[in-house]
Every structure is written in structure tokens, then in C-alpha cells.
Design a protein around this ligand. Structure first.
Ligand code: NAP
Length: 458
């Protein structure tokens, strides 16, 4: 895949970049290794000051950075601004909390292990490779980089090939914020070069956010090298609506949960599983609201849905819907590629989806919702859990017993009751099953790339 900015709203290639040569990759890995020796010797206070300086840069340059994101991957400009500010938030969060999250953990009763003192101590691992996707070109990286650097690790980024400006900006950001040169470096390389980087002895661990095939590939290389991997992969999150739900709120939230980021979010609600008592009312209102969304130029402040980020992504989405239609599914709104430039696909609602249709099992990465009618809670759980993914989930009900069962029985890394899945710096984030393993954010996220060293003293 060429390393280039191709504006998805127009299809025009605006800027191309040469891939880094082997010598340029070597230079950056050497810088990252040297910076690790420096960074691990600095205090939390010092790293926190640099991190806060980076947050201030993001806040003062929000508008130009938002325009960069929208031009590279097509999300509505207001969403790009929100992404930049969320990055600043996670930087401040780890600046404020890293020391507390990585504080020594002394054993209350060291005599139980025949010691005068026994302590768990968190230490950074070294240089960590991050392979990242384009859908949140700054946020996906920052939720790794902020905790990793606060822990004293250094980061090497291989970003998606269609967001090179974001990729290069991130290296520049940490340098301008005051971090040692090499604390965070960007490699402009194709996915075919990733294995060799993982195999480099200076790389101690790898994190990948992206598709399942990419995750399998990266994790198997890491495993062969006995290096830790964290995988944040795809999802096909259920959004369940039971009879006691506040239906107006559920519909409004469902539309946002499906179309946020032009529908290209791993934690977007993708399958809407609705109790038969409220199915007709929910589906009618949901379909009308999806059809009423404004699609168009994502730089236009009034536009709610922009283009899909790549032509191949748009074509793949259209194929999923066409396959379902050909096998008897009902298209309630949308479902046709519009004429004109850019990689647009309209908000689409598909009913009567059945096993055997690709849309039933595969992740729809764009504004395409499937709706399922269920007779009761058990059937809702069976459909919700009947997928290889297990990223997040949402359930709408006022009934305490139903809430308990959903929280207990949904097979996912998170359950949101009467709301939609959102990532917060304060909440652990990650999946189970084919959605990956490991956690980002919160205390768990900063500990992923640390050695929890046991110190025992006689
Ligand atoms: P992708 O094709 O897997 O790309 C993600 C990153 O992996 C890119 O940097 C890509 O580089 C690289 N890559 C692709 N194949 C690789 C391979 N075999 N070996 C090493 N690196 C490889 O995913 P995408 O289409 O950009 O992103 C969409 C997917 O990401 C969806 O499935 C979505 O659900 C998932 N996602 C998950 C999360 C989460 O937190 N769980 C968050 C966001 C997105 P190139 O660009 O050069 O190919």
C-alpha cells in the first residue's frame, strides 16, 4: 500500500511519501534504544511535565490538526477536533496518575515468604513497537504512547499507510514537548516490513490495533521471538433493546453509536438486537433517524456522516450489503453506492439478516446497521454472543435482573448499560475472543509494558 494522503472525500492523492530506507529505520531504532536509557532514568515529575507540554500543544493547535485528520481519513471535522482534545486529556491523565499506578506494591506480611521485605516493582520494558490503524489517527496512538512514555518506555510507531501526516506529526509532538529525541519515533514502512522490526532485538514488545488478520500476523511473529504482544482487534458489538428501555433515548444513542466516525470504530454498535415487543417502534424510528443524517463533505460543520476512509473499505462494505440483499435480507434504508467523487456510503439499515450472510458474521466497518428481532433475553444473549468477536456491548433495560444478566453473561471486554460504548482514560479497554487480548487505558494500560519485578529481601 502506498504511503500517501488520499482525501477520501474526493479520491484525490494529495501527498505521497517515500518509505524509509533500511538505513533510516536503523537510525530510528538506534535513537529509540538510546532514548530509553535516558528516559528510564528520568522522574515521573519530569516526564509528566513533558506530557503536559504535549497536551498544551495539542490544545493550541486543535483546528489545524483536526483539518489534517479529516483530510487524511474523512471523519467530520467536529469529531476530529474532539479526537485531538481527547488525546490531550489522556496525556494529562497519565501525567497525573502514572506514579500512583506504578508505585511499589509491598507485601503486607513479608514473614509469610520468609522475608523482611517483599515488594512488587514496576519497571519499563524498553522500546515498544506500535502498529496502528487510521480510524482515530491520533487517539489510537496516544492511548498507547501516553502511558508507555510515562512508564519510561520509548515508542516506535508504524502507522497505517494512509495517515502519514498524522504519523510524522506524533514524533514531532513528543520532541517539541521536550522528550529526548528518540523517545517516540515514526517509521514510514509498509506492513511487509513489520516482522523484521519485531525481530530486532531492541524491540521488547509490540502492540497492534487493527484487523484480525494483521493481529494474527504480528502476534505470531512476536510469539516466535518470545516478545509480549497486546492486540486490539475488530468487533461486531451488539446493542440490545428490551421492552423496559427508554426507547427515544435508545434510538438516538443507537444512531450515534453506529455512525460515529463514519461508522468506522471498533467499538461502534453494529448489531441491533431488539425485543419483539418494541421491535417495530424501534426499527421504524431508528431507520428514519439514520435516513435523516446529512452525508457529505466532512469539512462542512453541518455534515454528520463523511466518506469511508479508503476505496477498498467502501467497496468491502458495499459487498457485505449486496451479499445480504442477494440472500434475502431487507434493506430498510441506504444500501446503494452514491454517484459522484469520494468513497461515500450512506447510513444503511438491514433487517432479516440470517446465518450464511457475510453481514451476519463479519464486521461492517462503515455506517451499516443490522437489526434482529428476538423473543426474549435468552435469545438476545444467544445472538449477541454468537460471534467470534468480543470487544464491547450495550444493553438497554430498566429491569435490574436483566441488567444483572447482561453484565454477567455478555461475552465482551465491556458492557455498557443504558448507554453506548465510549473509551475513557479512566476505564480499562480491550476485548476477548478474536477481538484480542491485553488492556489499554486506566491502570491496567500502563502496566502492560512493564516488568513487575519481585524484590525479596532476607
Ligand atoms: P489493518 O488493515 O489491520 O491495519 C492496521 C495496521 O496494521 C496498519 O498500520 C497496517 O499497515 C498494519 N498491518 C496490516 N496488515 C499487517 C500485517 N500483516 N502485518 C503487520 N502489520 C499489518 O486495519 P485497518 O483496516 O486499518 O483498521 C480497521 C480494523 O481495526 C477494524 O477491524 C477495527 O475494528 C480495528 N480496530 C480495533 C480497535 C480496538 O481497539 N480493538 C480500534 C480501532 C480499530 P498498512 O496501513 O501499511 O497496511
Amino acid at each position: 500500500m502506498a504511503i500517501a494522503v488520499v482525501n477520501p472525500a474526493t479520491g484525490i492523492t494529495e501527498r505521497e511519501f517515500a518509505a524509509h530506507t533500511a538505513a533510516e529505520v536503523e537510525e530510528r531504532l538506534a535513537q529509540a534504544q538510546a532514548a530509553f536509557e535516558q528516559l528510564k532514568a528520568t522522574s515521573f515529575a519530569q516526564r509528566g511535565d513533558w506530557m503536559r507540554a504535549g497536551a498544551e500543544l495539542l490544545e493550541s493547535e486543535t483546528d489545524s490538526l483536526a483539518a489534517m485528520i479529516t483530510r487524511e481519513m474523512g471523519k467530520p471535522i467536529a469529531a476530529s477536533r474532539a479526537e485531538v482534545l481527547k488525546c490531550a486529556k489522556v496525556m494529562r491523565y497519565y501525567a497525573d496518575h502514572a506514579q500512583e499506578f506504578l508505585a511499589d506494591e509491598p507485601l503486607d506480611d513479608p514473614s509469610a515468604v520468609n522475608a523482611s521485605r517483599a515488594v512488587g516493582r514496576y519497571q519499563p520494558l524498553g522500546v515498544v513497537l506500535a502498529v496502528m490503524p487510521w480510524n482515530y489517527p491520533l487517539w489510537q496512538v496516544m492511548r498507547f504512547a501516553a502511558p508507555a512514555l510515562m512508564a519510561g518506555n520509548t515508542g516506535v510507531l508504524k502507522h497505517a499507510s494512509n495517515v502519514p501526516e498524522s504519523a510524522l506529526f506524533l514524533q514531532e509532538l513528543f520532541e517539541r514537548a521536550g522528550f529526548p529525541v528518540g523517545a517516540f519515533v515514526t517509521l514510514l514502512i509498509g506492513s511487509g516490513e513489520v516482522a523484521a522490526v519485531i525481530e530486532d532485538p531492541r524491540i521488547r514488545a509490540v502492540t497492534l490495533t487493527g484487523s484480525e488478520p494483521a493481529g494474527r500476523s504480528v502476534a505470531s511473529t512476536a510469539a516466535a521471538q518470545v516478545k509480549k504482544a497486546v492486540l486490539e482487534l475488530g468487533g461486531s458489538d451488539p446493542f440490545i433493546v428490551m421492552p423496559s428501555a427508554d426507547l427515544d433515548a435508545a434510538v438516538a444513542t443507537a444512531v450515534t453509536a453506529r455512525t460515529l466516525n463514519n461508522g468506522q470504530s471498533c467499538i461502534a454498535a453494529k448489531r441491533f438486537i431488539v425485543h419483539t415487543e418494541v421491535y417495530d417502534r424501534f426499527v421504524e424510528a431508528f431507520t428514519a433517524a439514520m435516513a435523516a443524517l446529512t452525508m457529505g463533505d466532512p469539512m462542512d460543520e453541518t455534515v454528520q456522516v463523511g466518506p469511508v476512509a479508503t476505496r477498498s473499505g467502501r467497496d468491502e462494505l458495499a459487498e457485505l450489503v449486496d451479499d445480504a440483499r442477494a440472500r434475502g435480507a431487507q434493506i430498510l434504508t441506504g444500501g446503494e453506492v452514491p454517484a459522484g467523487e469520494g468513497w461515500f456510503y450512506p447510513p444503511t439499515v438491514v433487517a432479516e439478516v440470517r446465518p450464511g450472510m457475510r453481514l451476519h458474521l463479519e464486521e461492517a466497518f462503515g455506517p451499516v446497521a443490522t437489526v434482529y428481532r428476538v423473543a426474549d433475553l435468552d435469545e438476545a444473549l444467544a445472538i449477541a454472543n454468537g460471534t467470534d468477536f468480543g470487544l464491547s456491548s450495550a444493553a438497554w433495560t430498566q429491569d435490574p435482573e436483566e441488567q444483572r444478566r447482561f453484565a454477567e453473561e455478555l461475552e465482551a471486554g465491556a458492557v455498557f448499560l443504558n448507554g453506548m460504548t465510549i473509551s475513557y482514560p479512566e476505564l480499562p479497554f480491550g476485548g476477548i475472543k478474536n477481538s484480542g487480548y491485553g488492556r489499554e487505558l486506566a491502570a491496567a494500560g500502563i502496566r502492560e509494558f512493564c516488568n513487575l519485578k519481585t524484590v525479596w529481601q532476607a
